[in-house]
Design a protein around this ligand. Structure first.
Ligand SMILES: Nc1ncnc2c1ncn2[C@@H]1O[C@H](COP(=O)(O)OP(=O)(O)OP(=O)(O)O)[C@@H](O)[C@H]1O
Ligand SMILES: [Mg+2]
Length: 363
């Protein structure tokens, strides 16, 4: 039967596509992507305090992946929210839920012999959406053009069919015998397949992008899910949608894979550069802090400034780093030394590690 975008696509073929051949163009881009990813992973492994800077990249990914869904926050809003979740905007809260979902998914996967299963996907979507979403069991989910309402794609339906498709996808993800292809090419296959199955009523895009990062960890290409793929997807969003469509409508795997490999090439390089810049900023800040604080310099303080670039005095007691009086002296001296910039928002004065904020905002 011919494909009809208005009918549930219950005939999505299982992976891998039987006639797929890597072109020379793909192999070239694959080599590049592997190299840059390896460089990023090596850098992460050599960091003195890996979690610190990696967490920042993951928060940036959470921000950009949410932005694809038009959940838009500024860096300032977001980092203020990491300090003060209570006052966060709805968008900032969703971004924080995204990050939580990534870590929850990772933990679930690692707790199940490193298998990325349907229940991992459900855990992710529930954490992203902060609700009890499950596999769709009613018809009606359709992807439409947001401007003219035209149907773009109708995913399969319903729960039984979806579970069957997901079971086949699980096998492809977790069974190394399922296909001898390179994991980066498999990642592109898996992302398309997951989006085409579209198992949930909402949150499929975000869940699918989290799966990409987890898959690279599972495949040991990354030791941490430090993938900032969405910074590329946000930039080339129309093409992202077009290429997904191209696979469904024209079996055009080539262009889809090139798109994903190029996203990997660009974003792995970008993350490497950002981590290097953060590392030198941290070293430079440490030097300046030692000059300004003398014997009261504290590594906990430095660490805090790079974990939560929006500081406030209450944090120091909450995190058991220092008493209010010490914290207040620190903040005053660091402000005088132009290391932090104070800013009053509402009734709270934040002390901002503004150089870190500048670094995060520029690409
Ligand atoms: N033609 C298509 N075929 C299959 N999947 C598609 C197609 N167009 C878009 N998608 C996927 O569907 C996602 C949107 O689905 P959904 O709204 O459930 O996810 P979301 O996480 O809420 O949103 P978003 O992905 O936009 O952030 C897109 O991000 C993309 O990954
Ligand atoms: Mg949505």
């Amino acid at each position: 039967m011919a494909y009809d975008k208005n009918l549930p696509f219950n005939e999505i073929p299982d992976l891998p596509p039987p006639d797929f051949q890597e072109s020379r163009e793909i192999l070239r881009q694959l080599a590049k992507a592997s190299r840059y990813l390896g460089e990023l992973n090596g850098l992460c492994a050599s960091l003195p305090d890996p979690q610190l800077l990696i967490n920042t990249i993951i928060l940036q990914e959470s921000k950009d992946s949410s932005a694809i869904e038009n959940i838009v926050t500024t860096q300032d809003e977001l980092y203020k929210a990491t300090t003060d979740e209570g006052t966060a905007t709805d968008a900032a809260k969703e971004v924080l839920s995204y990050r939580e979902a990534l870590y929850a998914g990772l933990e679930k996967m690692q707790g199940q012999k490193n298998l990325l299963l349907t229940n991992t996907m459900v855990e992710i979507v529930q954490t992203v959406k902060q609700n009890n979403s499950g596999i769709r069991n009613t018809p009606g989910t359709v992807l439409k053009n947001a401007i003219n309402g035209e149907v773009i794609y109708t995913p399969p339906c319903c729960e039984d069919v979806l579970r069957e498709k997901l079971a086949a996808l699980e096998k492809f993800i977790n069974d190394p015998e399922a296909s001898p292809l390179d994991p980066l090419i498999k990642m592109a296959f898996i992302h398309y397949q997951f989006e085409a199955i579209h198992p949930f009523a909402d949150g499929n895009g975000r869940t699918g992008r989290i799966i990409n990062a987890l898959y690279l960890v599972q495949q040991e290409l990354l030791s941490q899910p430090v993938l900032h793929l969405s910074s590329y997807i946000v930039k080339y969003k129309t093409e992202y949608y077009q290429q997904l469509r191209g696979v469904t409508e024209k079996n055009n795997w080539h262009d889809w894979i090139m798109y994903m490999l190029t996203a990997l090439v660009e974003t792995a390089q970008l993350s490497t550069k950002k981590i290097r810049n953060m590392l030198s900023l941290k070293e430079e800040t440490e030097k300046k802090m030692k000059q300004s604080l003398g014997s009261s310099f504290s590594y906990d303080l430095l660490h805090l400034m790079f974990t939560l670039p929006y500081l406030k005095i209450e944090l120091f007691e909450k995190k058991e780093i220092a008493h209010r009086q010490t914290a207040s002296t620190w903040l005053k001296k660091l402000t005088e030394a132009d290391i932090l910039k104070p800013q009053k928002i509402g009734r709270t004065t934040y002390f901002i590690n503004y150089r870190l904020m500048e670094l995060l905002t520029t690409n």
